[in-house]
Write a protein that binds this ligand. Structure first.
Ligand SMILES: NC(=O)C1=CN([C@@H]2O[C@H](COP(=O)(O)OP(=O)(O)OC[C@H]3O[C@@H](n4cnc5c(N)ncnc54)[C@H](OP(=O)(O)O)[C@@H]3O)[C@@H](O)[C@H]2O)C=CC1
Ligand SMILES: O=C(O)[C@@H]1CCC=N1
Length: 271
């Protein structure tokens, strides 16, 4: 088994870190990355092999494109002579399978995956779309890779990957934004940075654990914290006055729109 990542940045590192704790070994994974420092760090931390883009990649069953969307076309041209009959997985936001296929000279064994960074701690969730030419073995192998880093949701309609990108791909950033804001609020209440972080992190961790283990939905759980005439009611009222809920929905909608826009922009770049 050899899985080669093209691009050794944030998301590749998160996926590799997760995979290595569950079912894969350093020998299974290779990374192509231009930055010497990142290559050294990846091989020291994970015991994987690495190479620079101008070097040949090892024979691979799977090639995962983990570069930025804007880098994809040039990198695809570089890698194309070495794809042979590997399964191609793209984790890039926006870029449609049809565009990737054009950039790979008509190659069609392509699966799009939209992972997220909690993959590093096997708590990720990935959206997956398989192009028509993908075999059942390809799907089974992809399932195995993704099972090692968390949950997965397969979609038949490729456009749903834009929505998954907006919710769970970008989603950890929204959660970290809220966590950071709660820490700032704790500091404003006079707590030092360590205690502020502890209060915020454990509140998130506890609330998520409770929600996952509860038959109640999130709305009901919120009501159970909100005593009539109490403190939470006042806070929720302030959030509603500032339209925080609808702003979160609008933010995710903006992310989905950007994903579609990337798909359109880069999809035109095929001549
Ligand atoms: N970060 C996230 O949470 C998520 C990201 N994604 C997707 O994953 C992809 C990567 O994102 P992310 O990891 O955040 O980005 P990064 O910029 O951290 O990683 C991309 C890496 O690719 C390297 N690279 C550039 N050119 C080449 C080349 N010719 N050959 C090999 N590697 C090259 C870059 O090097 P250099 O910096 O020197 O250019 C960089 O280290 C994107 O397409 C993104 O849409 C998907 C889900 C979540
Ligand atoms: O911000 C981005 O474009 C990528 C895709 C999802 C998360 N990070």
């Amino acid at each position: 088994m050899k899985i080669t990542y093209i691009g050794g940045g944030n998301m590749a590192a998160a996926m590799i870190g997760g995979m290595l704790t569950q079912g894969f070994t350093g020998k299974d994974i290779h990374v192509v990355e231009p930055d010497t420092g990142k290559r050294a760090e990846l091989s020291a931390q994970y015991g994987i092999s690495t190479s620079a883009p101008e070097e040949r990649i090892p024979a691979s069953q799977v090639i995962v494109f983990a570069i930025k969307p804007q880098q994809f076309r040039a990198v695809a041209a570089q890698i194309l002579p070495q794809v042979n009959d590997a399964l191609v997985i793209s984790i890039a936001a926006g870029i449609r399978a049809e565009t990737i296929s054009k950039w790979l000279n008509g190659y069609e064994r392509i699966i799009r995956v939209m992972p997220n960074t909690p993959a590093l701690v096997q708590a990720g969730i990935s959206g997956v779309y398989a192009a028509a030419e993908v075999t059942s073995d390809d799907k089974a192998l992809t399932e195995r890779i993704l099972a090692s880093i968390g949950e997965q949701v397969w979609v038949d309609d490729e456009s749903q990957i834009d929505g998954i990108t907006a919710i769970s791909g970008s989603g950890p950033a929204y959660v970290f934004y809220f966590m950071e804001a709660l820490q700032a609020a704790a500091k404003a209440q006079g707590f030092n940075a360590d205690i502020a972080q502890k209060l915020a992190y454990q509140t998130f961790a506890g609330a998520v654990k409770l929600a996952i283990n509860s038959d109640d939905d999130a709305g009901t759980l919120q009501v159970k914290v909100t005593s009539k005439g109490g403190t939470t009611e006042r806070a929720i009222k302030a959030l509603e006055t500032s339209q925080v809920r609808s702003t979160i929905i609008a933010a995710a909608s903006a992310a989905a729109a950007r994903s579609r826009e990337l798909g359109d922009e880069l999809g035109r770049d095929t001549e």
